[in-house]
Structures are given as structure tokens and as C-alpha cells.
Design a protein around this ligand. Structure first.
Ligand code: ADP
Ligand code: MG
Length: 241
């Protein structure tokens, strides 16, 4: 279980997160909001890459700062921006990530085989990353976030730069992953989380406006519409289109 308690974060005078509270258990959660809402900032705090000004994140009841090694062993993370070494092969990259995650030599081969298979990169894993399509790079990053059976996986804009077909593929992959884990998908693209998110965390200007099932959101914001209409209602109200 992941509990987020009253997180605040500012850069200078600018408040980015204004008191975030939520509790997550197993399943896929969509963290939805437009660019600048604070999604990546929140994810960086949850992954301990960034310190909040105040508030706490608890993983199974323990503050993630108190037992951060054990916490990181449970964690998988696909950052929004990630430079891939173009000269590396996919396999070299996954070996590198597994080493960072302190996967033992004995477990390395099996852990990597599993994730490569899950993202269907078996035939290309020994090719250099510079020969990969956008979708293949994204799948490689997803694989890297899955190494060593994390119980909490965060994906920051996992379909950025993908074509519609690749998007659907990535989405199916996330859905299959969801058993017995918490998955958080940060995105500004509604279809990325439609039909897969158990709950949607709606983030607007650093405030969590709602934590609800997609059906609940539709009922509240757009009774005769869909999740895209909810998004438009919350984020584009009053805008000239
Ligand atoms: P999102 O991921 O939802 O697009 P971010 O968390 O990346 O949002 O950014 C939220 C806000 O915080 C934006 O206004 C952004 O400009 C600002 N911000 C993010 N990182 C920094 C930083 N290191 N210094 C100053 N402002 C930042
Ligand atoms: Mg972001």
C-alpha cells in the first residue's frame, strides 16, 4: 500500500504541489493532468529522486526515507525523459539497469529474459538501440522498469512519441502487468488510461481534484459523455477552441 500524506513542493515562490493526499493499493492508477500540472514532480518524490518540502510517502506503513534501500528494491520507474545510450544494445542497457538495482549475477539472466519476453523484444534485444523505432525504445524502457519484480511501478508518459498502434500495445502491456502490484501511469493523454485505470487521480495546478473510478468521474463531470469529456470539462472549461 502506498500512502501519500500532505505533500508540498515549491520551486522558489511557485507552489508546484499544494498538499497531495491519497492512498493506493493494487491496480492501475492514472495520474491525469495537462503539462505543468505537477505529475512528474509527484513521481520524482514518490521515487525518492526529489525531496518534498513537507509531507510524507509511506510504503506499507513505513516512511520511504527511513528504509529507502528496501523501498527501492520494490520500486520500478520509467522516467519521462531518459537518454538511452544509442551505442548500447538493448541487452547491455537492461544489464546496466539490473546492476543498478543490485540484481545478483545468478538472477540476472532470468530476470532479464522475463522482462524482454514481456515486452516482446526477444528478436531485437541484441541490436543497438540506435536502430530501434520509437515504440521499441519505449518497450525497452518499460522492460527496464519491470526488472526484479517491483511491487510499485511508475510510468511517466509511457506512450510519448508513439504512433496509435504502438500506444495500444504499450497499454495492453500495462494492463497485463497490473496483477498484484500498484502501477501509476502519469499522462495527459486520456486514452492511455481509459479502460485500464481502476482509479484516476486528477491533478490540476498541484491539487488532486479527484481520486475516483473512471465511471465515477464520468457520473460527476460528464454524465452523458466519456473520460475525454471529463478531461475537457475539468481542464479546458472556458477556453476558446
Ligand atoms: P507535469 O509532469 O505534469 O507536466 P511537472 O511536474 O514537470 O509537470 O512540472 C510542474 C511545474 O513545476 C511546471 O510549472 C514546471 O515548470 C515546474 N518545475 C518542474 N521542475 C522544476 C525545477 N527543477 N525548477 C523550477 N520549476 C520546475
Ligand atoms: Mg511530466
Amino acid at each position: 500500500m502506498l500512502e501519500i500524506k500532505d505533500l508540498h513542493k515549491s520551486y522558489g515562490e511557485k507552489q508546484i504541489l499544494k498538499g497531495i493526499n491519497c492512498t493506493l493499493d493494487n491496480g492501475v492508477y492514472g495520474l491525469l493532468g495537462p503539462n505543468g500540472a505537477g505529475k512528474s514532480t509527484l513521481m520524482n518524490i514518490i521515487t525518492t529522486n526529489l525531496k518534498a518540502d513537507s509531507g510524507a510517502v509511506l510504503w506499507n506503513g513505513k516512511n520511504i526515507e527511513d528504509d529507502s534501500d528496501a523501498y527501492r528494491a520494490d520500486l520500478g520507474y520509467m522516467p519521462q525523459q531518459q537518454g538511452l545510450y544509442q551505442g548500447f544494445t538493448g541487452m547491455m542497457f537492461l544489464n546496466y539497469i539490473a546492476t543498478l538495482k543490485e540484481v545478483t549475477k545468478e538472477d540476472m539472466k532470468k530476470s532479464i529474459e522475463e522482462v524482454v519476453k514481456a515486452v516482446n523484444l526477444q528478436t531485437d534485444i541484441h541490436r543497438k538501440i540506435k536502430t530501434y523505432s520509437g515504440g521499441m525504445k519505449q518497450r525497452l524502457l518499460i522492460a527496464s522498469a519491470m526488472i526484479a519484480h517491483p511491487k510499485l511501478i511508475l510510468f511517466d508518459e509511457p506512450t510519448a512519441g508513439l504512433d496509435p498502434k504502438e500506444r495500444i500495445r504499450v497499454k495492453n502491456m500495462l494492463m497485463q502487468l497490473a496483477k498484484d502490484k500498484i502501477i501509476i501511469v502519469a499522462t495527459h493523454i486520456v486514452p492511455d488510461i481509459e479502460n485500464i485505470a481502476k482509479e484516476v487521480l486528477v491533478l490540476k495546478d498541484g491539487v488532486l481534484l479527484a481520486e475516483k473510478s473512471p465511471e465515477g468521474l464520468i457520473r460527476e463531470y460528464a454524465p452523458s459523455g466519456n473520460l475525454e469529456d471529463v478531461y475537457m470539462k475539468i481542464f479546458a472549461d472556458g477556453e476558446q477552441i
